[in-house]
Design a protein around this ligand. Structure first.
Ligand code: AMP
Ligand code: ZN
Length: 117
Protein backbone atom coordinates (compact mmCIF):
# COMPACT_ATOMS: atom_id res chain seq x y z
CA UNK A 1 0.00 0.00 0.00
CA UNK A 2 2.83 2.43 0.86
CA UNK A 3 6.23 2.95 -0.78
CA UNK A 4 9.36 3.15 1.40
CA UNK A 5 11.07 5.60 -0.98
CA UNK A 6 8.15 8.05 -1.23
CA UNK A 7 8.19 11.28 0.79
CA UNK A 8 4.38 11.45 1.03
CA UNK A 9 4.23 7.82 2.24
CA UNK A 10 6.74 8.80 4.94
CA UNK A 11 4.54 11.76 5.92
CA UNK A 12 1.50 9.47 6.09
CA UNK A 13 3.42 7.13 8.40
CA UNK A 14 4.52 10.17 10.48
CA UNK A 15 8.19 9.39 9.76
CA UNK A 16 8.51 12.96 8.40
CA UNK A 17 6.76 15.80 10.25
CA UNK A 18 3.93 17.77 8.67
CA UNK A 19 1.11 20.05 9.76
CA UNK A 20 -1.99 17.86 9.68
CA UNK A 21 -5.28 19.62 8.90
CA UNK A 22 -7.57 16.59 8.62
CA UNK A 23 -7.19 12.82 8.73
CA UNK A 24 -9.63 10.09 7.69
CA UNK A 25 -9.24 6.35 7.07
CA UNK A 26 -8.29 7.05 3.43
CA UNK A 27 -6.82 10.55 3.34
CA UNK A 28 -4.29 12.75 5.11
CA UNK A 29 -4.60 16.51 4.57
CA UNK A 30 -1.47 18.55 5.35
CA UNK A 31 -0.28 22.10 4.81
CA UNK A 32 1.89 22.51 1.72
CA UNK A 33 5.41 23.31 2.91
CA UNK A 34 5.80 25.97 0.16
CA UNK A 35 2.33 27.57 0.07
CA UNK A 36 1.40 29.32 -3.18
CA UNK A 37 -1.70 30.93 -1.65
CA UNK A 38 -2.89 32.04 1.82
CA UNK A 39 -4.47 28.58 2.23
CA UNK A 40 -2.69 25.75 0.45
CA UNK A 41 -3.34 22.19 1.60
CA UNK A 42 -2.40 18.84 0.08
CA UNK A 43 -4.80 15.90 0.17
CA UNK A 44 -2.78 12.67 0.14
CA UNK A 45 -4.34 9.28 -0.53
CA UNK A 46 -3.30 6.81 2.18
CA UNK A 47 -2.31 4.45 -0.60
CA UNK A 48 0.69 4.92 -2.85
CA UNK A 49 -0.87 5.56 -6.26
CA UNK A 50 1.48 7.34 -8.68
CA UNK A 51 -1.17 9.74 -9.97
CA UNK A 52 -4.82 9.90 -11.07
CA UNK A 53 -3.95 8.05 -14.27
CA UNK A 54 -2.87 5.00 -12.27
CA UNK A 55 -6.06 4.71 -10.19
CA UNK A 56 -8.29 1.66 -10.68
CA UNK A 57 -11.73 0.58 -9.47
CA UNK A 58 -9.98 -0.84 -6.40
CA UNK A 59 -9.16 2.77 -5.46
CA UNK A 60 -12.76 4.00 -5.58
CA UNK A 61 -13.00 4.54 -1.81
CA UNK A 62 -9.78 6.58 -1.84
CA UNK A 63 -10.98 8.77 -4.70
CA UNK A 64 -14.43 9.30 -3.17
CA UNK A 65 -12.86 10.29 0.14
CA UNK A 66 -10.75 12.97 -1.56
CA UNK A 67 -13.97 14.63 -2.69
CA UNK A 68 -15.57 14.33 0.74
CA UNK A 69 -12.47 15.85 2.35
CA UNK A 70 -12.71 18.79 -0.04
CA UNK A 71 -16.28 19.37 1.17
CA UNK A 72 -15.14 19.23 4.81
CA UNK A 73 -12.24 21.62 4.17
CA UNK A 74 -14.52 24.07 2.37
CA UNK A 75 -16.56 24.42 5.57
CA UNK A 76 -13.46 25.57 7.49
CA UNK A 77 -12.98 28.59 5.22
CA UNK A 78 -13.95 32.01 6.53
CA UNK A 79 -17.17 33.50 5.12
CA UNK A 80 -18.15 32.36 1.66
CA UNK A 81 -14.61 32.10 0.34
CA UNK A 82 -14.14 30.15 -2.85
CA UNK A 83 -11.45 27.56 -3.38
CA UNK A 84 -9.65 25.60 -6.10
CA UNK A 85 -8.81 21.92 -6.25
CA UNK A 86 -6.01 20.97 -8.57
CA UNK A 87 -4.05 17.83 -9.39
CA UNK A 88 -0.84 17.65 -11.43
CA UNK A 89 -0.43 14.28 -13.11
CA UNK A 90 2.91 13.43 -14.68
CA UNK A 91 6.16 15.43 -14.94
CA UNK A 92 5.05 17.29 -18.06
CA UNK A 93 2.00 18.52 -16.11
CA UNK A 94 4.13 19.78 -13.23
CA UNK A 95 3.89 16.83 -10.84
CA UNK A 96 6.97 16.77 -8.59
CA UNK A 97 5.98 14.10 -6.05
CA UNK A 98 4.88 10.78 -7.52
CA UNK A 99 2.10 10.07 -5.04
CA UNK A 100 -1.49 10.97 -5.89
CA UNK A 101 -2.45 14.28 -4.27
CA UNK A 102 -4.87 17.13 -4.76
CA UNK A 103 -4.00 20.73 -3.98
CA UNK A 104 -6.69 22.68 -2.06
CA UNK A 105 -6.14 26.39 -2.56
CA UNK A 106 -8.01 29.42 -1.24
CA UNK A 107 -7.38 33.14 -0.89
CA UNK A 108 -5.88 33.57 -4.36
CA UNK A 109 -7.57 33.88 -7.73
CA UNK A 110 -5.53 31.53 -9.90
CA UNK A 111 -7.11 32.94 -13.04
CA UNK A 112 -6.43 36.63 -12.46
CA UNK A 113 -3.93 37.81 -15.04
CA UNK A 114 -3.55 34.32 -16.54
CA UNK A 115 -3.63 30.89 -14.95
CA UNK A 116 -0.81 30.36 -12.45
CA UNK A 117 -0.39 28.33 -9.28
P1 AMP B 1 3.17 18.70 -7.22
O1 AMP B 1 4.21 19.63 -7.76
O2 AMP B 1 1.81 18.89 -7.80
O3 AMP B 1 3.64 17.25 -7.29
O4 AMP B 1 2.98 19.08 -5.70
C1 AMP B 1 3.88 18.68 -4.72
C2 AMP B 1 3.73 19.66 -3.59
O5 AMP B 1 4.30 19.07 -2.43
C3 AMP B 1 4.46 20.99 -3.79
O6 AMP B 1 3.51 22.07 -3.75
C4 AMP B 1 5.44 21.07 -2.62
O7 AMP B 1 5.55 22.35 -2.08
C5 AMP B 1 4.83 20.09 -1.63
N1 AMP B 1 5.76 19.43 -0.72
C6 AMP B 1 6.95 18.83 -1.03
N2 AMP B 1 7.52 18.32 0.09
C7 AMP B 1 6.66 18.58 1.12
C8 AMP B 1 6.67 18.31 2.51
N3 AMP B 1 7.70 17.64 3.10
N4 AMP B 1 5.62 18.72 3.27
C9 AMP B 1 4.61 19.41 2.69
N5 AMP B 1 4.53 19.69 1.38
C10 AMP B 1 5.54 19.30 0.61
ZN1 ZN C 1 3.73 7.37 -1.69
Amino acid sequence: MLNAQCIFCKIIQKQIPSTVILETDHTLVIKDIYPKAPIHYLLLTKKHIEHMGHATELDAAHLADLGLCVAKLSKTLPGTNGFNTLSNNGRSAGQSVDHLHWHFISGKNLYEGGLSL
